[in-house]
Design a protein around this ligand. Structure first.
Ligand code: GDP
Length: 433
């Protein structure tokens, strides 16, 4: 939730303004200059957006150095806030104390809104123009007591806030899971689609309550309905003829984007090609769950299978976490392994590690293998959180940037501990000052 801090000299009307913003009359009214108040956060909302207002009123009433006290107060506000309201008294105008605080606020690079309070009438409003000289832009003229200008001010506050994080991250997915069945021409995509449709005798045309793109197919696989994204080209068998490789590649990228999990078909009877690798990269970069199906496994001689698996390990060593199945669309071999593989990959994609468990593991790891010392110092890893899912995203809070090698080490250990088979994961480092 974004934090809005209210900063200003004593008696400019900060409490009244906070009351006006949160829409109730309560708390202390600032009649006495320098009344000590705690930095109490209040819940507020405007136009459906929630935020927290912090009244930073408190400091020693008889502080010797007022300017310093204000500057400190501003400093605290700046550290914690997403938006700062700097309140001045429109009837008094700016003072040297205000100017000291402004210098501090401007260095902070946080969005600051200059509020000229106590503008109870038009005459005072005119006077407020002089506050432009503070260098914080246009003064927002309000009367916290009477409510004048408070709606406009709230609009400005919302506009200055950081974008809300996209919701739905953990929403239970509705309708069939979306799968991209992709692979270069001739690997057997249409054959697999036909096989699935025939075996299951369950090609569905619609699912109640969902709209399915006409280019998609709904197919029953493993007792569950799946939405195979952009299979129109496959069904009509025009995919090879309908355009250049460039066009096909765009189409593949689009299907991957639209899907939650990609089933990438590779031809087991041929070496893994550059084009195959490019498709795999698309999936990883799009952050989708990944199952690799080696098709035409019926063409692989029994005595070559072990060696082939080894070759594949080598070729795919950058994505050892991908789930692999060996199938034959022609004979139907192991086609029933596909649905469980897709389900497992999706479960990893949506997995969430509880913060306590994550940090217990992390503490032990960095104790056992601390960051190597460089130039007499080593950044410390403080703690971690999982910032999101689909795919799992982790943030490491540290005292400095990590060596790329050490970061990869932490990532590898994270997988060893928690799995995530079939899903990419991401780890970002946030150094704290
Ligand atoms: P697409 O371009 O990926 O849709 O590939 P198709 O489904 O059109 O298949 C290309 C060729 O591979 C066709 O001749 C299929 O009969 C053949 N094929 C597909 N799957 C298999 C398989 O599992 N084993 C064998 N031996 N041939 C297959």
């Amino acid at each position: 939730v974004p934090v809005v801090a209210v900063v200003g000299r004593p008696n400019v009307g900060k409490s009244t303004l906070v009351n006006r913003i949160i829409g109730r009359r309560q708390a202390v009214v600032e009649d006495t200059p320098g009344v000590t108040r705690d930095r109490v956060p209040y819940d507020a909302q405007w136009n459906g957006r929630q935020f927290t207002v912090v009244d930073t009123g408190g400091w020693e009433p008889d502080a010797r150095d007022r300017a310093k006290a204000i500057a400190m107060q501003a400093e605290i506000a700046v550290q914690t806030a997403d938006v700062v309201l700097f309140v001045v008294d429109a009837m008094v105008g700016s003072t040297d104390v205000d100017e000291a605080a402004v210098r501090m606020l401007r260095r902070s690079n946080k969005p600051v809104i200059l509020v000229a309070n106590k503008a109870d009438n038009n005459a005072i409003e005119m006077e407020a123009v002089s506050l432009w000289t503070l260098g914080l832009g246009e003064p927002q003229v309000v009367s916290a007591l009477h409510g004048r200008g408070s709606g406009d001010l709230l609009d400005l506050i919302l506009a200055a806030m950081p974008e809300p994080a996209p919701p739905i991250d953990d929403d239970a997915p509705r309708g069939p899971r979306r799968v991209a069945l992709v692979g270069r021409p001739n690997v057997g995509k249409s054959s697999l689609l036909n096989k699935l449709a025939k075996e299951e005798r369950a090609v569905v045309d619609s699912v109640a309550g969902t709209t399915v793109d006409p280019v998609d197919s709904l197919v029953g696989i493993g007792g569950e309905t799946w939405q195979l994204v952009d299979t129109a080209g496959l069904r009509k068998r025009v995919s090879h003829a309908s355009g250049t490789e460039y066009y096909a590649s765009l189409r593949t990228a689009g299907a991957i984007e639209a899907a939650e999990v990609a089933a990438v078909l590779l031809d087991a009877s041929e070496p893994i090609s550059e084009q195959d690798q490019r498709i795999l990269t698309m999936v990883v970069e799009a952050g989708r769950a990944l199952v690799i199906a080696f098709n035409k496994w019926d063409l692989v001689d029994d005595d070559r299978r072990y060696q082939l698996e080894k070759e594949i390990d080598r070729e795919l060593k950058r994505i050892p976490w991908a789930i692999r199945v060996n199938i034959s669309a022609k004979t139907g071999r192991a086609v029933d392994k596909l649905a469980p593989a897709l389900r497992k990959a999706l479960a990893s994609w949506e997995a969430r590690v509880p913060t306590g468990q994550l940090n217990q593991w992390l503490t032990a790891l960095v104790q056992e293998t601390p960051h190597p010392v460089r130039g007499g110092r080593a950044p410390r890893v403080l703690f971690a959180t999982q910032a999101g899912t689909r795919p799992p995203r982790f943030v490491l809070f540290t005292t400095g940037l990590l060596d790329p090698g050490y970061q990869r080490f932490v990532e590898r250990k994270l997988r060893e501990e928690f799995g995530f088979e079939g899903s990419p994961i991401s780890v970002t480092v946030k150094p704290r000052k």
